[in-house]
Design a binder for this molecule. Sequence first.
Ligand SMILES: *Cc1c(COP(=O)(O)O)cnc(C)c1O
Length: 421
Amino acid sequence: MQHPFEATLEYASSQDDLDILHSFRERFHFPQHEGKDVYYFCGNSLGLQPKSAAYLFQKELDDWAAHGVEGHFRAQSPWMYYHNQFSDSLARIVGAKPSEVVAMNTLTVNLHLLLISFYRPTQARYKIIMEAGAFPSDQYAIETQVKMHGFDPETAIIELSPKGNAHTLEDEDILQAIREAGDSLACVLIGGVNYYTGQLYDMASITKVAHEVGAICGFDLAHAMGNVPLQLHDWEVDFACWCSYKYLNSGPGGVGGAFVHEKHGDNPETLRLAGWWGNEESTRFKMRKGFVPAKGAASWQMSNAPVFNMVAHKASLDIFDKLTMQKLREKSLKLTAYLSFLVQQLDHLKFEIITPSEPHRRGAQLSMLFAERGREVFDFLEENGVIADWREPNVIRVAPVPMYNSYEDVYRFYEILKNFQ
Ligand SMILES: *Cc1c(COP(=O)(O)O)cnc(C)c1O
């Protein structure tokens, strides 16, 4: 296939000149290596710090100092309602109504809270489908949920593995597994984008087929959030959760989030574990007996907002508000394709890209599986000012993040690898 890419710095720079998102990188702090910005390809693990975060943190510290408890109402962004300001931004990012999303807790905690509501096995319908080799936290969460309900993980969990020597699942095989599980299937829970391979799943079809067999469908969006456009409401996804410190740049351990489709969230019959913050706002402080859920996903909240943990989230979402996921995705498709084109010129290295080669089946990531010398290559990258991600035993994950990576960054990555002997 012919492509217009060129493996030159001039070409990369010309693409940066054309890139309408290029200046967004100036809104972030880049770690330094020998007095220069590093080439940062680790936004799928921890996104960079928005420069505005420091000011916003200081503002909350000042409001706390100035107002004490009255900051709940008198702070510039009153703490009482601090979490509410994220709904519109999060809704745009996941393709939902504002009432269907909430910023709260962290990812695995949210996963458990949602599974309590949406994995409700019976003797006949008790199975749950997930990816083999899913992120360990998800494996532990599902294993222990299954046990909590008195089922055996060996029989209740259906793990999907790639066929033969393949590294990734075929969407059709996922759908087939759902159909085969049929009446015995209670829930499908997979990642929107696989953390290891960067594979993007066909969430719309998975949800549709899960519903056809009468199962509930949820997604762990850790690696999809802020990476690929989502339409959770229209796809009729039942529930989803995410963390905010990867592509959402909201800082280490930053506040996570959850999506609950309004057909469940607005239904008072949907069972959920409750705390005071999930109670309907007008009666929350009446401290009455009897939980009355707030509208939508907000009713899954338990505790009052961890304001300091939400400050960086605010800094980051303010930036996301200035663009659209479509624009971000357009750049992302091209940037990842450029990286893919460049690394394929590296004949002297023995590796295979295990991320799907079709752009619509991957996010902003390439995973390079090394047949030999992977660790040496990784160390060489580090010595030369590249931050990427090493996964045992032999994978380097590289995330060209459209928000702040440039075509030049991607070119430099290639150039450094070219010099590896
Ligand atoms: C990053 C990630 C997590 C992390 O979970 P936390 O609860 O935020 O620590 C969980 N699952 C997946 C798939 C991830 O990629």
